[in-house]
Design a protein around this ligand. Structure first.
Ligand SMILES: NC(=O)c1ccc[n+]([C@@H]2O[C@H](COP(=O)([O-])OP(=O)(O)OC[C@H]3O[C@@H](n4cnc5c(N)ncnc54)[C@H](OP(=O)(O)O)[C@@H]3O)[C@@H](O)[C@H]2O)c1
Length: 317
C-alpha cells in the first residue's frame, strides 16, 4: 500500500528523511485490532520530530508517520481513530500511532477496535481528521488540566499552530475572553477574525489571565508568567521554540501560579471533544488540504512554519 514514512533521520532537514512509496499492509498487534481504510489524516509537529529522530528509535525504521485519521472500519462505519494505544514496550505504558505501531499516513492503519469512535454527523472526514492529536491536546489543556470553567480569560501563545488555533476556537466557543499572541501580522489578523484579541509576542495584556496555553516554550514562557493572574494555570504541552526557558520562581510562588504539563487526552476527552464540536458547530481551523498524491507538499507546508491551523491530507485523492 502507499504510505509516507520515515526511512532515516535528518535533524537539519527533516523533509529529506521523508519517503513516499510502498509499504506492507499494517500488522494488527492483537486479536482485538482491526484495519481501518483511511479517508483523511492531518499532520502534526510530531511527524517532523519523528523525521528528526526525536522520540523514534532507529531500530523502528522504516516507520509510517501520522497520528490522526478518519476512516472506514471493517463493518463499513465511518470512524475517528483515537491515536493513543496501550504499549508495554514504552516506559509511559502508552504510545502514539507512528511511535511503535505504524501510523496513519497510509492507505490503511491497524488499531485496537476500542480506539474507534463514530464520526459525528455534520463533521466531514477532513475536518474530523484534525481532532485526534492537536485538538484533543488543546481540549484537555483547557478543561481537565487548565480548569478553564473556573476562569474567564485565556492567553494562547504561538497563535498559528495546530494546538493553538484549536485552543482559541474552543475557548471562544466556551464563552471565554481569549488573547492570542503571534509573531506574524497576517496570523494576528486571522486570529482576530475568529473572535480573539490578537497581540504581539510579549505585549502587555489589558488583564491578567486565568489559563495560559503554552506550546511555544522558551521564546514565550516569561510572557506567559507575566500575563498570569494569581492562582492561574500555565498549561504546557509543547516546546517548539526550546524546552529550557528561564523561570522566575519568585513570580511562581508570589502569584501562586501552577505550571502543569499534559499530553494528548483520554478516550473520554476525545468523546467529549467530538460531542462539543458537533453540538456547538465548532469546526477545526484548516490551513490547507492536500491530496495524498502530494503529501510531500503538505510536509513542506508544515515545516515552513507559515501555517494557520491544521495541514490536512485527503487520502481519497
Ligand atoms: N504533548 C502533546 O500531546 C502534544 C500534542 C500536540 C502538539 N504538541 C507539541 O506542541 C507544539 C505545537 O505544535 P503544533 O503542531 O500545534 O504547532 P507548531 O507547528 O509547532 O507551531 C506552533 C507555533 O509556535 C510558534 N513558534 C514557533 N517557533 C517560535 C519561536 N521561535 N518564537 C515564538 N513562537 C514560535 C508559532 O506561532 P506564530 O508564528 O503564530 O508566532 C507557531 O505557529 C509542538 O512542539 C508539538 O510537538 C504536543
Amino acid at each position: 500500500m502507499r504510505a509516507a514514512f520515515a526511512s532515516r533521520f535528518d535533524d537539519a532537514d527533516p523533509l529529506a528523511a521523508l519517503t513516499v512509496g510502498e509499504r506492507p499492509e499494517p500488522t494488527p498487534w492483537d486479536d482485538d485490532w482491526v484495519t481501518v481504510q483511511v479517508l483523511a489524516s492531518s499532520l502534526n509537529h510530531h511527524d517532523l520530530w519523528s523525521l528528526r529522530g526525536v522520540g523514534l528509535g532507529a531500530d523502528r525504521l522504516p516507520m509510517i508517520l501520522g497520528c490522526d485519521a478518519v476512516g472506514v472500519d471493517p463493518d463499513g462505519n465511518e470512524v475517528v481513530v483515537y491515536p493513543v494505544i496501550a504499549d508495554k514496550g514504552d516506559p509511559r505504558g502508552i504510545s502514539l500511532l507512528s511511535e511503535h505501531a505504524q501510523g496513519t499516513l497510509a492507505e490503511r492503519v491497524a488499531v485496537p477496535r476500542s480506539n474507534l469512535l463514530p464520526l459525528p454527523a455534520g463533521l466531514s472526514a477532513t475536518d474530523a481528521a484534525c481532532l485526534p492529536t492537536a485538538w484533543l491536546t488543546a481540549w484537555r489543556m483547557l478543561t481537565t488540566v487548565g480548569r478553564v470553567d473556573e476562569g474567564d480569560a485565556v492567553l494562547v501563545q504561538g497563535a498559528g499552530g495546530g494546538v493553538a488555533t484549536a485552543a482559541v476556537a474552543l475557548a471562544l466557543a466556551m464563552g471565554k475572553r481569549v488573547y492570542a499572541a503571534s509573531r506574524d501580522a497576517a496570523k494576528r489578523e486571522r486570529i482576530a477574525a475568529l473572535g480573539a484579541t490578537a497581540v504581539e509576542p510579549g505585549a502587555r495584556l489589558p488583564e491578567r489571565v486565568d489559563v495560559v496555553i503554552e506550546t511555544v516554550g522558551a521564546a514565550t514562557f516569561d510572557h506567559s508568567l507575566k500575563s498570569a493572574a494569581p492562582m492561574a494555570r500555565i498549561v504546557v504541552s509543547g516546546a517548539t521554540a526550546g524546552h529550557e526557558p528561564k523561570v522566575n520562581l519568585r513570580r511562581i510562588f508570589a502569584m501562586q501560579l501552577q505550571i502543569l504539563g499534559t499530553s494528548m487526552g483520554t478516550p473520554e476527552d476525545m468523546a467529549q471533544l467530538l460531542a462539543f464540536c458537533a453540538g456547538h458547530g465548532v469546526r477545526p481551523v484548516v490551513d490547507s488540504v492536500h491530496p495524498f498524491s502530494q503529501v510531500e507538499e503538505a510536509f513542506a507546508r508544515l515545516h515552513s512554519g507559515d501555517v494557520f491551523g491544521k495541514v490536512v491530507v485527503d487520502h481519497t485523492r
